[in-house]
Write a protein that binds this ligand. Structure first.
Ligand code: HEM
Length: 485
């Protein structure tokens, strides 16, 4: 018995030594292993990554390595050095970590996944001529959804709703109807999608347990079923984005089951950000009356300068709205918070940080950029970064302000909601015009106000740092009614 306990202790000590054994080498970034073997800073990181990384930045500066669940992650927060990461395709790889996330979140393994080919395929749909077609479709679906809502209530009647539910719900439905074939199950898809999306950060970290894990699995399975196109079940055949995507996957040799899983991943990629972005934009306008009045003046200008048979999309693309554009950029600066992640695949990858310091990275480690902390919330770059300043991205002559400084030099990256470099967001134009379209329709058709005018905006859910657009904890109660015009 004593011998067994002794053996166990020896094993534990050996394991501790094995896993705690890494120490900082000359030329490596400051190392923070955390007190807990293997786990390191995983709990603090998962609970509120922005808070944790701000603490590390204050302690170590713009570069440091942290241990998180057995993985060593070098976090780089100097926008002047981001190109060293964004454009290095030899020493750094983005596929492996993406593969892990696909497996954890969507239970998806794409056998012969070629991200470059997939990106080129996505660009065909979400940029150029393809984009215009999608946008007109979103426009008509949004109009249809608003008119259906209007029929359900008298003109003078106020409705009380959560602004997040309203924005996410309408944009998701319009996006789904645009890109997927089935129009008979939108509400069911939305319900399951919101549950899945709520649990997604924990799915990504593989920390879901018990009831929540069952709930995520159940929503995932329902969605696989609900997203099955009608033509596979003998229904009508259409030519839409979904059909084209499945053809693309079929040609790449992906089987039917894996195709369903890939569809869910794409549903999430294309629909999870626009709704939350529209929520923050409208919420910030409601909290800042001067900004609201300036945007409303532009909305009236767009309405007056076009005949009624022009779609909202056509009106917006042919009319300049500098204040509206600055408000959108400022909203995204405050609420877009994706990680940009790479894996080091060559020993000794070098990173040069401002001030001339050079650091070496080890093979197998990860590199994270977190543009939310810098440039977006960096007080050296943006004056009072926590505040919403609707003219932040406007010059006096109403042109777009593009000159911002850090350490005395002008910056290439001063706002990065869309990422940058070769993996930057494919849907940037689609998302920008969709959010603008939605806000334009809401402001031109609805009278919208907060139920409690002095309420602050809800707090950010800190678990969502790293997963694109932030989401609130709870909602902002608003009321609306249709304008008489
Ligand atoms: C407000 C809305 C959105 C924001 C803030 C946003 C943000 C981002 C960011 C930061 C990345 C880069 C991630 C990285 O470097 O790893 C990204 C990638 C991507 N986004 Fe978006 N996105 C939005 C909407 C959309 C929409 C509507 C689509 C639909 C087409 C889309 C499609 C993609 C795709 C396919 C990628 C991967 C690109 C690649 O790896 O080559 N996004 N997005």
């Amino acid at each position: 018995m004593l011998f067994a306990i002794f053996l166990l202790l020896i094993t534990i000590v050996a394991l501790l030594l094995l896993f705690c054994g890494r120490s900082r080498r000359v030329n490596e970034p400051p190392l923070e292993k955390g007190l807990v073997p293997w786990l390191g800073h995983a709990l603090e990181f998962g609970k509120d990554a922005a808070k944790f990384l701000t603490r590390m930045k204050n302690k170590h500066g713009d570069i440091f390595t942290v241990r998180v669940a057995g993985q060593y992650i070098t976090v780089l927060l100097d926008p002047n050095s981001y190109d060293d990461v964004l454009y290095d395709t030899v020493s750094l790889d983005f596929r492996r970590h993406r593969g892990v996330l696909m497996k954890n979140i969507f239970s998806l393994v794409l056998p012969s996944h070629n991200p470059d080919k997939e990106r080129a395929w996505m660009e065909q749909h979400f940029q150029g001529v393809g984009l215009d077609k999608l946008q007109l479709s979103v426009d008509s679906h949004l109009r249809g959804l608003l008119m259906a809502d209007q029929k359900g209530c008298g003109t003078a009647e106020w409705r009380e709703v959560g602004l997040f539910d309203l924005s996410y719900g309408l944009l998701f439905r319009a996006g789904y109807l645009t890109m997927f074939t089935r129009d008979d199950n939108t509400d069911a898809v939305y319900k399951q999608f919101r549950n899945f999306d709520k649990l997604l950060p924990e799915l990504a970290r593989s920390t879901l347990k018990g009831k929540d894990k069952k709930s995520a699995t159940s929503s995932q399975e329902s969605l696989w079923q609900l997203l099955t196109p009608t033509w596979l079940e003998g229904g009508r055949n259409t030519s839409c984005w979904q059909e084209s995507y499945q053809l693309y996957l079929g040609e790449a040799g992906v089987d039917a089951e894996t195709q369903r899983r890939a569809l869910l991943m794409h549903l999430w990629t294309t629909q999870c950000n626009a709704g939350p972005a529209a929520f923050w934009l409208l919420g910030l306008l409601l909290r800042h009356p001067e900004a609201m009045q300036a945007v409303l003046a532009e909305v009236r200008g767009v309405m007056q300068n076009h005949s009624l048979h022009h779609s909202a999309h056509e009106r917006l693309v042919t009319h300049n709205t500098p204040v509206f554009d600055s408000v959108l950029r400022e909203t995204l600066r405050l609420t877009a918070a994706a990680f940009i992640s790479r894996e080091v695949v060559v020993d000794g990858k070098r990173l040069n940080v401002s001030g001339g310091q050079e650091y070496c990275l080890r093979k197998g480690d990860r590199v994270f950029l977190f543009p939310f902390l810098s440039p977006q919330m960096d007080p050296e770059i943006h004056h009072e970064p926590e505040s919403f300043k609707y003219k932040r991205f406007l010059n006096d002559d109403m042109s777009e302000k593009q000159t911002f400084y850090k350490g005395g030099s002008s910056l290439k990256y001063y706002n990065m909601p869309w990422g940058a470099g070769r993996n930057s967001c494919v849907g940037k134009q689609f998302a920008t015009s969709t959010v603008k379209l939605f806000v334009f329709m809401v402001l031109s058709h609805l009278e919208l106000e907060m139920c409690e005018p002095t309420d602050p905006l809800p707090r950010v859910n800190p678990q969502r740092y790293g997963f694109g657009m932030l989401q609130p904890i709870g909602d902002l109660q608003v009321r609306y009614r249709f304008k008489r015009n």
